[in-house]
Design a protein around this ligand. Structure first.
Ligand code: ZN
Length: 373
């Protein structure tokens, strides 16, 4: 099956053998990730303005090579690695057919070994499942930027609790803000992994969908900067009865015995989570500007990036429908709801985690009062 993405044409395994829907026997290609790859190209464009020295790009698990080809098409010096000989053969064919063979080095190697031997300006981890097996080598083997996709959303958000604890060394909790929980568990693990090598890894762009979490971490080799990242880790105490939550910064937690808002003892604690900003506002604006109409998901990418740019930095979001259900109300229009919050003196913004999600500096009780009829 031939597919065109971002002006690059390539061959992927026929969908009929099931390979495009998962790992399967064939080479992995995931069409639902086109938006993710469009944003990647826009990030690579914007990043070049931010760090003009950046030139080399490693696609650590290249599969059919689509992400690598799209980076090469942008003028990056690309290395594409995979341990599957079928994937390597297909990626090579695709590079040749696209006229990019001179720009992409396709190699049948384990990316960890490759990153141990060579330094790349940008390393992209886009494996099937958790990126953890590649994280250590990536932070050592990358100079500027580490891009990470995690598709194991159930472990990340607490739906598969033990698996999440094992992979990420953090306690995830299954809350109504589970996509953000997953992202902050992932970011926490990445920040702690980099810090072990005295490297600061700070997210400059992140977004989450039902199927994956994606983040771009800019690196800084100063240990003091790594300390500053560690200072942005902490815990969220969440009341399962009234949905109140508190963030507590620091690696030592003091979970409350009961919910300070309603007195319930059904308070769960998640962490250590990344509690800091999930993106650099200015950079995300530049990424949005770098989206162009040749991209298949240009409209969605622009909308997504605009929301990511403008959402508040509170560590958790709320879901309007969940709150209204809690209070036995019918949900009104989001703009009206957010307008009521602002009229009451609170900051409020939409959030990119879903159409009814929002962020505010108001607590649950203040939201209820501000938005009451
Ligand atoms: Zn409570």
């Amino acid at each position: 099956m031939r597919v065109t993405e971002g002006g690059v044409e390539f061959q992927v395994p026929d969908a009929r053998d099931g390979a495009s829907e998962g790992r399967g026997d064939g080479v992995f290609y995931n069409p639902t990730q086109e938006l993710n790859r469009d944003v990647t190209v826009a990030v690579l464009r914007a990043y070049r303005d931010r760090e003009p020295r950046a030139d080399s790009y490693l696609d650590a698990t290249t599969a059919s090579g689509v992400r690598a080809l799209r980076a090469a098409n942008e003028g990056w010096d690309v290395t594409a690695a995979d341990t599957d000989p079928d994937a390597v053969a297909l990626a090579r064919e695709n590079a040749a057919a696209a006229g990019l063979a001179a720009d992409v080095t396709v190699t049948e190697r384990n990316a960890n070994a490759l990153m141990h031997e060579s330094v790349f300006d940008v390393v992209d981890l886009d494996p099937f499942g958790t990126p953890i097996p590649f994280a250590d080598a990536a932070f050592v083997g990358a100079r500027d930027l580490v891009c990470v996709t995690a598709t194991d959303t159930a472990p990340l958000c607490g739906a598969h609790f033990e698996s999440g604890v094992r992979s990420y060394g953090a306690i995830p909790r299954n809350t109504e803000y589970h996509p953000e929980m997953g992202l902050r568990v992932l970011l926490s693990a990445m920040v702690r992994t980099a810090a072990r090598y005295d490297i600061a890894a700070r997210p400059v762009c992140s977004h989450v969908s039902r199927h994956y979490a994606r983040t771009y971490l800019e690196l800084d080799g100063r240990a003091t900067r790594a300390d500053e990242c560690i200072d942005e880790l902490g815990y969220v105490h969440h009341c399962e009865d009234c949905l109140a939550r508190d963030a507590e910064w620091g690696l030592i937690t003091h979970p409350p015995a009961e919910c300070p808002a309603c007195g319930s003892n059904r308070v769960v604690t998640a962490g250590p989570l990344w509690l800091g900003a999930i993106r650099d506002r200015e950079f995300v604006a530049a990424v949005r500007d770098a989206v162009d109409d040749d991209m298949g998901e240009a409209d969605r990418a622009r909308r997504l990036l605009e929301t990511v740019e403008t959402e508040l930095d509170e560590p958790t979001h709320y879901d309007q429908h969940r709150l209204c259900k809690q209070w036995g109300r019918s949900a009104n229009a989001m703009d009206e709801f957010l307008g009521d919050l602002r009229a009451a003196g609170h900051d409020a913004s939409r959030a990119h985690y879903g159409g009814t999600t929002f962020k505010t500096d108001a607590d649950v009780e203040a939201i209820r009062v501000a938005t009451a009829d």
